[in-house]
Write a protein that binds this ligand. Structure first.
Ligand code: ZN
Length: 220
């Protein structure tokens, strides 16, 4: 894999290559190997010509791209646009506006607005209904989209993807078992930001879980 994009120009160039996009996402989403987003099977086969994987179980979406199960799933926009937009939103000091995205990506401002809206929804606390409670997992993860819709074992695998070299585009997420998700962008392993996320989103007496690497909580 080519080197990590450091500047906007790098990012646009890097993400203009479809295989770079797939490799970039796979490394973050499935650091321990690709698994089917629908059933969790790990023995999936890759079809390079179409950049999709084939699951051996019969179910809808048995062929899936890296977009499936993420905020990009039902979008006609390519990974090049999405990943550049996410890169801009998470790496530029004050984020990015839909007008800037429109100019940088050559998409309409309206389209940029919708995309940005989704990216921000995934990154920020957008849920209603108060703090999380009960059993709560805390972890850093890449933007994984609909974590609350995943099977627990799939979710567990996905949230291991925190060692991405991309620094800021790492999302700290707190997940209520079987329920709500809160997420925020953090610099890599910034304890204070993680603590703030938990303080703001989790009821004090909740049981916190993590995979053990999180500086906040002890493994249960
Ligand atoms: Zn499957």
């Amino acid at each position: 894999m080519a080197t990590e994009p450091k500047t906007l120009q790098d990012a646009i160039l890097y993400f203009s290559d479809a295989d770079n996009c797939v490799a970039y996402l796979v490394a973050r989403r499935w650091p321990n190997g690709v698994t089917c987003p629908t059933c969790g099977r790990a023995d999936v086969s890759y079809i390079p010509a179409r950049r999709v994987w084939q699951c051996k179980t019969r179910h809808p979406k048995a062929q899936f791209s890296v977009k499936v199960g993420t905020i990009m799933e039902d979008s006609a926009l390519g990974l090049d646009k999405w990943l550049t937009a996410i890169w801009m939103q998470t790496n530029m000091k004050n984020g990015v506006s839909s007008w800037e995205l429109h100019r940088s990506l050559g998409i309409t401002q309206k389209c940029a607005w919708h995309m940005l809206h989704r990216v921000r929804l995934a990154l920020q606390d957008t849920q209603t209904g108060g703090k999380l409670s009960g059993e709560v997992e805390v972890d850093e993860t890449f933007i994984g989209g609909k974590a609350r819709n995943m099977h627990a074992d799939v979710k567990a695998r996905k949230i291991q993807g925190r060692r991405g070299p991309m620094g800021k585009a790492i999302v700290a997420a707190v997940l209520e078992r079987g329920g709500k998700v809160r997420a925020t962008v953090v610099d890599r392993r910034k304890k204070k930001q993680l603590q703030a996320l938990v303080r703001e989103n989790v009821e004090p007496k909740s049981a916190l879980y993590s995979d053990g690497a999180c500086p906040l909580v002890r493994r249960k």
